[in-house]
Design a protein around this ligand. Structure first.
Ligand SMILES: Cc1cc2nc3c(=O)[nH]c(=O)nc-3n(C[C@H](O)[C@H](O)[C@H](O)COP(=O)(O)OP(=O)(O)OC[C@H]3O[C@@H](n4cnc5c(N)ncnc54)[C@H](O)[C@@H]3O)c2cc1C
Length: 415
């Protein structure tokens, strides 16, 4: 049995690990932190007295790689959601509410149906969406889409959430890729899903359990500090307990974050601008669900187990704001969104993920490396690699599978 050494136990590393374990490899997974999951994990918050996610993560049923990953580890049952494609919105300035309900099939008759469409939207606004994945590499979302109600009430919120970047600078092609795989496929690919008991329970814990069953060894607090490449192949890694020799025939997946990968692999060009995501958690109970907000600081409000949680993407705009001030400003928006009335603000926690994702601009997109760096026994994985998608769960998982399949194919060729 051959060894594969995987650096980083985020979703990309875990997805690669599962591919190798299924192919009969002995997996060695090195994680710098005390727990797996990277930017997709849960933890107990003592102020709120409950388990919270590092950020609210929304999936769509059209995220095929994510669904396959969940099916492999048995995590799909952990997902909650309305079970149909529906996206409730509320405009806090005008107090209007509407629910976008794409029909299940590919012909988008929902665009004309009252009770399903975006109020005030026109077909002319929808059409550019269908070819957006073929937009010129330098085009931004704002340049590609027509201004109008569809954009204001659906596409801009979607763009900010999916790209974690403002439409004025976000890549049209990257948003187009998301639309092409979800909205353009019909409502069946747009059913919103989120983990009921937290990200770790759905994605991470079950993946680790499965890997262990398949004989994988997972080393926490094991930061890889150097990668030695000689004659075009990795020959050793520097682990916390000394050098880890990479014998002939052994493989390596670099699935650490972009700056770490660039520091360990000289000459590697990676995206170097980031956008923050802010989450504000409040200790409050509400029936499970979510709502998108317009004309507010809060963008999405999720009602979860034991807490209500707000997401603000493209968060560099607010990242320096005092947390107490932010929580106080956003609480009345939460009350309006969930029809709480004027309730006093409960315990709260602001979580600022400053480097949540790379900024999904055309210039940053051009800096994304492929999985193959020309090092015979190494492949690169991570949401920042050239997946054709923005930095998402789907992109991270796909990158791990791509890296694994690249190495497995090469290994088969030479064996
Ligand atoms: C707040 C927030 C909200 C988000 N919301 C959504 C959403 O709604 N939908 C969606 O699809 N996506 C969302 N994302 C994006 C998604 O979480 C990421 O794209 C995905 O988790 C990235 O996975 P990764 O494996 O590429 O990287 P990471 O999760 O960063 O994993 C890299 C791992 O490598 C480890 N590591 C680093 N250096 C070393 C080293 N030297 N040695 C060993 N290990 C090392 C790190 O500790 C980490 O565990 C969100 C992200 C954030 C932060």
């Amino acid at each position: 049995m051959r060894n594969v050494h995987i650096i980083g136990a985020g979703l990309a590393g875990l997805a690669a690990a599962l591919e190798f374990a299924n192919a009969g490899y002995r997996v060695r997974l090195y994680e710098a932190g005390p727990q797996a999951g990277g930017r997709c994990r849960s933890y107990f918050d003592p102020v709120l007295g409950c388990l919270v996610d590092n950020g609210n993560h929304l999936l769509l049923s059209g995220n095929h790689a994510a669904m396959r990953f969940l099916d492999q580890v048995g995590g799909r049952a952990q997902l909650a959601g309305p079970g149909t494609p529906e996206f409730p919105f509320r405009d806090l300035k005008t107090n209007e509410s509407w629910v976008v309900r794409p029909n299940l099939g590919r012909i988008p008759w929902w665009l004309f149906a009252r009770g399903r469409k975006v109020p005030g939207a026109s077909l002319a606004e929808f059409l550019p969406l269908l070819s957006m994945h073929r937009a010129p590499a330098g085009a931004t979302v704002a340049e590609w889409l027509k201004p109008g109600e569809l954009r204001r009430r659906l596409l801009d919120p979607l763009a900010i959430a999916a790209l974690n970047t403002m439409p004025e600078v976000g890549s049209a092609r990257l948003l187009g890729a998301v639309v092409h795989e979800t909205l353009a496929q019909g409502g069946a690919a747009c059913i919103p899903l989120w983990p009921h008991h937290g990200l770790s329970a759905a994605f991470i814990d079950l993946a680790l359990a499965r890997l262990k069953l398949q004989g994988a060894r997972i080393f926490f607090a094991s930061r890889i500090a150097a990668v030695t490449v000689e004659a075009g192949r990795v020959v050793s890694l520097a682990g916390p307990k000394g050098a880890i020799a990479i014998e002939s025939g052994e493989l390596v997946v670099m699935a650490a974050t972009a700056p770490v990968a660039a520091s360990l692999l000289p000459g590697l060009v990676v995206p170097d601008q980031y956008e923050a995501i802010l989450n504000i958690h409040y200790r409050a109970e509400a029936p499970s669900g979510f709502v998108g907000l317009i004309n507010s600081t809060a963008e999405w409000v999720f009602a979860k187990q034991g807490h209500v949680s707000v997401t603000i993407s493209a968060g560099n705009r607010y990242v320096d704001e005092d947390p107490a001030q932010l929580a106080t400003r956003v609480w009345p928006e939460v009350c309006a969104a969930l029809e709480f009335g004027a309730r006093p603000m409960p315990e709260w926690r602001v979580v600022k993920e400053k480097r949540a994702t790379f900024a999904a601009t055309p210039a940053q997109e051009a800096r994304r490396p492929g999985a193959d760096l020309g090092i015979a026994n190494l492949a690169l994985a991570g949401d920042y690699t050239a997946t054709g998608l923005p930095a998402t769960i789907e992109g991270a998982i796909r990158s791990g599978c791509t890296a694994a399949n690249l190495l497995l194919l090469a290994a088969r060729k030479f064996s």
